[in-house]
Design a protein around this ligand. Structure first.
Ligand code: GAL
Ligand code: CA
Length: 335
């Protein structure tokens, strides 16, 4: 089954590459850890759009949340003749394998969204990372929640001058899971709030998992004992919102409201914010990151002075291998 689809893939690639003529002959091979991830869909669309603007070509594969599949896909992409890779690793700790493959083929590799450890990235001078600083998103998320709490002292339902909150976390070991969880709480503390985590759970960036967990927490803890929900991303925040709404919370009655914050600024979260169901989010700039990844890939293929090349495009390379795209707080006016 897999053999057949791989052969079909190579044929499709050869066809795709031979049908058009490319400005700089930039042929990008890309793998996304899982196509069903809402934020990564925005990322993919951004990369495709930028590739088109560049007059280059890109072939993007779904690694189906399986590192073994992704490793095979990288082999296939390389043998089909791509001259640069953009990889969203399934397991960022396993990036060495992919680097070794790229190195063997002597083509550059740009990692996105899941940051390989610096020691691994350093093993190849043509390995790069384009992403956003995880701690920044956590800090901004904590700050926007703190700003709301200060305006709304009634958040403290049990009047103990502390914030009892639920933390919904992304995939275990992901830099965004570790650092958003840490820095959101730190920002609350820094602004004078006393946060107390009543429960924390891993919902793998997933709305349904988060909804089920939140339902269980509401049952066991009682919604009246929850004063905020901090989610590592919007999908999980929206899952929590669904569970709250099923319990008549966050439906417009100010007495029945629990602030929920996420990260990403996906359209569905912005809609929920417009309806007053979710407090805020932090823009994870998929357009900026997708664009920068493709620009970097193209610059690497052209082989000129990458640093000044990239600078002229409005990006900066730090430590010889990183492009950082800033996060941005997003809130809506009070309802
Ligand atoms: C994060 C994003 C999540 C999820 C994850 C996948 O940056 O906030 O929603 O897409 O990346 O690696
Ligand atoms: Ca309290």
């Amino acid at each position: 089954m897999r053999k057949v689809s791989m052969t079909a893939l190579i044929l499709a690639l050869i066809l795709a590459f031979s049908q058009c003529s490319f400005a700089d002959d930039v042929k990008i091979g890309s793998c996304i850890y899982r196509f069903s991830d809402a934020f990564m869909l925005r990322f993919r669309n951004a990369m495709s759009a930028e590739t088109e603007r560049e007059g280059a070509s890109i072939f993007i594969l779904d690694s189906q949340n399986d590192q073994t599949i992704q490793d095979q896909q990288v082999d296939e992409l390389i043998s089909s003749g791509v001259n640069v890779l953009i990889i969203n690793p399934v397991d960022r700790m396993a990036a060495q394998n992919i680097i070794d493959k790229a190195k063997n083929a002597n083509i550059p590799v740009v990692f996105i969204n899941r940051e390989p450890p610096a020691e691994i990235l350093k093993t190849y001078d043509k390995a790069y990372y384009v992403g956003a600083k995880a701690e920044e998103s956590g800090t901004e998320q904590g700050e926007l929640l703190a700003a709301y709490l200060k305006e709304h002292p009634e958040y403290d339902k049990n009047n103990d001058k502390k914030l009892q909150f639920v933390m919904l976390m992304g995939e275990n070991g992901h830099q965004d899971m570790i650092l958003r969880s840490e820095y959101s709480v730190k920002a609350l503390k820094d602004s004078g709030i006393v946060p107390v985590q009543i429960v924390g759970a891993i919902a793998n960036w997933d709305k349904l998992q988060a909804m089920n967990m939140m339902n269980a927490f509401i049952m066991s803890i009682g919604s009246e004992n929850i004063e905020a929900v901090i989610a590592n991303n919007d999908e999980m925040a929206l899952g929590a919102v669904e569970a709250l709404k099923a319990n008549d919370y966050n439906k417009g009655n100010p007495e029945m409201y629990i602030p929920v914050v996420g990260v990403d600024a996906n359209a569905s979260a912005l809609d929920a914010m417009d309806r007053g169901e979710m407090l805020g989010t932090v823009l994870n700039d998929a357009d900026g990151q997708g664009k920068a990844a493709v620009k970097l890939a193209a610059a690497l293929v052209s082989g000129k002075d990458i640093k000044s090349d990239i600078k002229s495009l409005g990006y900066e390379i730090t430590d010889n291998r990183y492009i950082w795209i800033p996060y941005q707080k997003v809130t809506r006016g009070e309802k």
